[in-house]
Design a protein around this ligand. Structure first.
Ligand code: ADP
Ligand code: ADP
Length: 226
């Protein structure tokens, strides 16, 4: 089944057309990497698929349901977004991860259990009472991953998840992401300018340039000469 579908999605900022008709389908459980140079429109297509913004024209469906004004917020609850520079609040790691559950009105005991479980998933057992602002870049990105996972989403978006990390932290985050994808039936859509990262993590790679999806397919099919 297709969890996400975009049909002829176009988007403008002012007079410039940023996305020039993107059509793609993403299957449940699949990992897709969107690659392309800076400014190509990778973040924009992720934000539209995450329903953070509405496309200027075209349509998006989630789980076969066409997105509209009235179902947008409830469909967004199936998704989580990890930003390139995750926003971390000046509170404890526990509070940072608990936040999306509190917004959903989850009860205290469930929140406690879910936060502990999410920290375990990202190899940060025992970090609950650490102040989030004192963490290293790699730890911060892992807290952001835990916060994205704590709501048990169906789709996780990762926007350049390792762009600001050193090589060791990059490997750590990639290993965690691969492990999480493997353990849960999670659909992942990631943006990266790093082709080799896309090849390491994704089932399919979409190449975006100047707002157009030039190709999408298995990396061997895209990058091997015919
Ligand atoms: P990428 O993620 O591939 O680097 P983006 O999707 O972030 O590309 O941006 C695509 C283009 O849209 C860029 O030219 C960028 O400057 C422009 N852009 C992105 N967000 C905005 C915005 N909020 N307002 C105006 N222009 C924007
Ligand atoms: P997200 O965008 O992470 O899915 P929501 O859509 O639930 O989160 O909420 C959008 C924004 O509104 C959040 O970033 C948060 O700052 C704020 N917000 C939502 N619900 C609450 C709440 N109950 N208390 C405080 N802030 C909230």
């Amino acid at each position: 089944m297709n969890i996400l579908e975009a049909r002829d999605v176009r988007h403008h900022y002012g007079d410039s057309e940023i996305l020039k008709g993107i059509t793609l389908s993403i299957e449940t459980g699949e990992t897709v990497a969107v690659i392309g140079p800076s400014g190509a429109g990778k973040s924009t297509i992720l934000r539209l698929l995450d329903l953070l913004e509405s496309p200027y024209s075209g349509s998006i469906s989630v789980g076969g349901e066409l997105v509209n004004k009235s179902n947008r917020l409830s469909l967004r609850r199936k998704m989580s977004f990890v930003h390139q520079k995750p926003l971390v609040f000046s509170t404890s790691v526990f509070d940072n991860i608990a936040q999306p559950l509190r917004w959903r009105g989850a009860d205290k005991q469930i929140i406690g259990e879910r936060v502990t479980e999410a920290l375990h998933l990202v190899n940060l057992d025992g970090f609950e009472s650490r102040q989030a602002k004192t963490l290293s870049g790699g730890e911060t990105q892992r807290v952001a991953l835990a916060r994205a996972l704590v709501t048990d989403p169906e789709v996780m978006f990762l926007d350049e998840p390792t762009a600001n990390l050193d090589p060791n932290s990059t490997t750590m985050v990639e290993t965690l992401v691969a492990d999480i994808i493997h353990r849960r039936n999670l659909t992942v859509v990631m943006a990266t300018h790093d082709l080799s990262q896309g090849q390491r993590l994704a089932d399919r790679i979409g190449v975006i340039m100047k707002g157009r999806l030039l190709q999408i397919g298995k990396s061997a099919d895209i990058f091997m000469a015919p």
